[in-house]
Design a protein around this ligand. Structure first.
Ligand code: SF4
Length: 99
């Protein structure tokens, strides 16, 4: 079983789709996804995520995990979104009754 270094699977929730995660490629630098906010590294991660074949399940898993966590829990880039963007998406879904 492969546990990617950066996808939400790092919280010990391995998923079959994670095998395809772009951020697990050897040439991917883990620091790109750990960027705390807007930065050159963060933008590099977002660019990689945009081409990742498992972006959708990655994003949905991150949002699902984070919605159960405290407000300060969000960090890093997942599914191509920053912590701020994921929170906005979560709040939008909640207002629409989708979360
Ligand atoms: S969308 Fe980004 S963080 Fe998620 S698995 Fe793909 S490359 Fe990794």
């Amino acid at each position: 079983m492969i546990i990617p270094r950066h996808a939400p699977d790092t919280v010990a929730r391995p998923h079959e789709w994670a095998r395809k995660a772009a951020c697990t490629k050897p040439e991917a630098d883990p620091d790109w996804w750990a960027a705390p906010g807007p930065s050159e590294d963060g933008q590099t991660a977002i660019t990689w995520c945009a081409a990742c074949p498992v972006r959708r399940p990655c994003l949905e898993l991150a949002i699902r995990i984070e919605e159960d966590a405290s407000a300060g829990h969000r960090s890093g880039i997942y599914g191509g979104l920053t912590p701020h963007d994921r929170r906005q998406l979560f709040e939008l879904r909640r207002r629409r009754g989708e979360a």
